[in-house]
Design a protein around this ligand. Structure first.
Ligand code: NAD
Ligand code: UDP
Length: 352
């Protein structure tokens, strides 16, 4: 065990973390006592989860092959005590000394643009990758948590989506590489729990947004913000009547952390139940950026779910969790992060 000098704390504005002195409770105790293996550590959600786990005084070994993530998401952790990073594809064997208390499998392309570009890799990381991570959890007697998705419900016929709904997925459509990969990952997780006694939890994450999303990953939040900040029209796919519910990343990470510590085996929805049409969401972005470039319509992608809203009663009941950050505030923080990628005289940035 090592002595502690400092841990990491949050800059509430942009979600960046830096070393700060912290005295409460740690001066004399050995630290840290629990070790976490986290795949997808250089991704959007994974990097925020790294920060939260370090803040909670866990030792974190992050693994990522950068297929959709980026080094800059974890560059602030370079040299941090209790954080180790391995560039590695988790579909291949991983040799790391020592045992883990928790194994979190968050690696997977997640945006429709990314998984349509990497369908085989997406299927592999959900199948082979999940199995490899579960084997590490089984070896170490560790708790396993997988980040599944609302896409497990496909184009849902039950609204809002409750965990007991089995979904409406097209197994041969363009999104099937992601949806079926995650459904297989959930089935693998349950099999290791039932047959091998691994302690497991399954998070079904709904649309999450915030700092460190890629500007060009095609998801609606960065896509609309990028268009608005460039002064280009916002591209609405279809009529914009399809709905989504957007959860700010710190809320989501808090839910994941609580689920990691819980004994719940069956899936738990994590997301924000505040539902909007995509057209309404475009208005939120228009107001937040002051863009005057207007909207244009493009064809609706095949199998684009028509409605999506989580029923979070279960998360409220068993985790005592619910989202706290309002959409306007989350968008404001996300714009603050995106500021670095645009010229300082960008109208929407300089006037706000
Ligand atoms: P992301 O693409 O930013 O992060 C995923 C990370 O996994 C990337 O850094 C990528 O390089 C890494 N990765 C992929 N395959 C890998 C492999 N074989 N080996 C090692 N690393 C690999 O996406 P995200 O939005 O941060 O999503 C994180 C997790 O949450 C994913 O499992 C995703 O399915 C799930 N999820 C996200 C959302 C959301 O709205 N962001 C919604 C539902 C589920
Ligand atoms: N969307 C859109 N314009 C864009 C990007 C996305 O209208 O430039 C729509 C998309 O058709 C979907 C919703 O926004 O209905 C959310 O898309 P995203 O790719 O963020 O994630 P999804 O929820 O579909 O996985």
């Amino acid at each position: 065990m090592r002595d502690i000098d400092f841990v990491f704390s949050t800059d509430a504005t942009i979600g960046a973390y830096g070393p700060v002195l912290r005295k409460n409770g740690w001066e004399t105790g050995a630290f840290p006592v629990k070790r976490v293996l986290l795949s997808g550590a250089a991704g959007f959600i994974g990097s925020h989860l790294c920060d939260r786990l370090l803040q909670e005084a866990y030792e974190v070994v992050g693994v990522d092959n950068f297929i959709t993530g980026h080094e800059r998401n974890i560059s602030h952790l370079a040299g941090a005590p209790y954080f180790e990073f391995r560039r590695h594809d988790v579909t291949t064997p991983l040799a790391i000394a020592g045992r883990f208390d928790y194994v979190i499998h968050a690696a997977s392309p997640a945006s429709p643009r990314d998984y349509l570009e990497h369908p085989i890799e997406t299927l592999d990381v959900g199948s082979i990758g999940t199995k490899r991570m579960l084997e590490i959890a089984e070896r170490d007697g560790a708790k396993f948590l997988i980040t599944s998705t609302s896409e497990s419900y496909g184009d849902p016929t039950v609204h809002p989506q409750v965990e007991t709904y089995w979904g409406n997925v097209n197994p041969v459509g363009p999104r099937s590489c992601y949806d079926e990969s995650k459904r297989f990952a959930e089935a693998t997780t349950m099999a290791y729990h039932r047959a091998r006694g691994v302690k497991t939890s399954i998070a079904r994450i709904f649309n999450t947004y915030g700092p460190r999303m890629k500007l060009n990953d095609g998801r609606v939040v960065p896509a609309f913000l990028d268009q608005a900040l460039r002064g280009e029209p916002i591209t609405i796919f279809g009529e914009g009547t399809q709905t989504r519910s957007f959860c700010y990343v710190s809320d989501l990470v808090d839910g994941l952390y609580r689920l990691m510590l819980s004994d719940e085996v069956y899936p738990v929805n994590l997301g924000n139940p505040h539902e909007l049409t995509i057209r309404q969401f475009a208005s939120v972005i228009t107001q937040a950026t002051g863009t005057t470039a207007g909207l244009i319509h493009q064809p609706l992608p095949e199998d684009d779910p028509r409605q999506r809203k989580p029923d979070i009663s279960k998360a409220r009941r068993i985790l005592g969790w619910e989202p706290k950050v309002p959409l306007e505030e989350g968008i404001r923080r996300t714009i603050e992060y995106f500021r670095q990628f645009y010229p300082a005289d960008t109208p929407a940035l300089s006037s706000r």
